[in-house]
Design a protein. Structure first.
Length: 115
């Protein structure tokens, strides 16, 4: 009789184990999807940072060029330099938008990883 009770307990425990494994599977899948999403957000953030750095370097180069041109420029050349600087100020606005997007992505990632 003890053997019968032990076998019944083993079967019950195996069924419980199977149920727990079945419950665990969606959680493991979700964790894997979350990790993949985090990797994508990280890659996007890195790419955005690279673009921002390149844009900042280009802006610095352009600003230096504008300053150099202004030093010995005619009024017409100064006007052209002002127009060039205005175009680069638009780039700064775009950089601000990219920074805001990056912050939004970070916030979304944080919420996704720590609900």
């Amino acid at each position: 009789m003890t053997s019968f009770i032990q076998n019944a307990e083993i079967i019950r425990l195996q069924a419980e184990n199977s149920r727990l494994l079945a419950e665990r599977e969606p959680l493991v899948r979700q964790a894997s999807e979350n990790a993949a999403a985090a990797d994508r957000y990280k890659a996007i953030s890195i790419n955005l940072l690279i673009v921002l750095r390149e844009t900042a370097a280009a802006l610095a180069d352009s600003t230096a060029e504008v300053s150099r041109l202004r030093a010995g420029a005619t009024p017409e050349m100064r006007l052209a330099a002002d127009k060039a600087r205005s175009a680069h100020l638009c780039d700064i606005d775009a950089n601000d938008q990219i920074g805001a997007l990056n912050a939004a992505l970070d916030a979304a990632l944080e919420v996704r990883l720590n609900p």
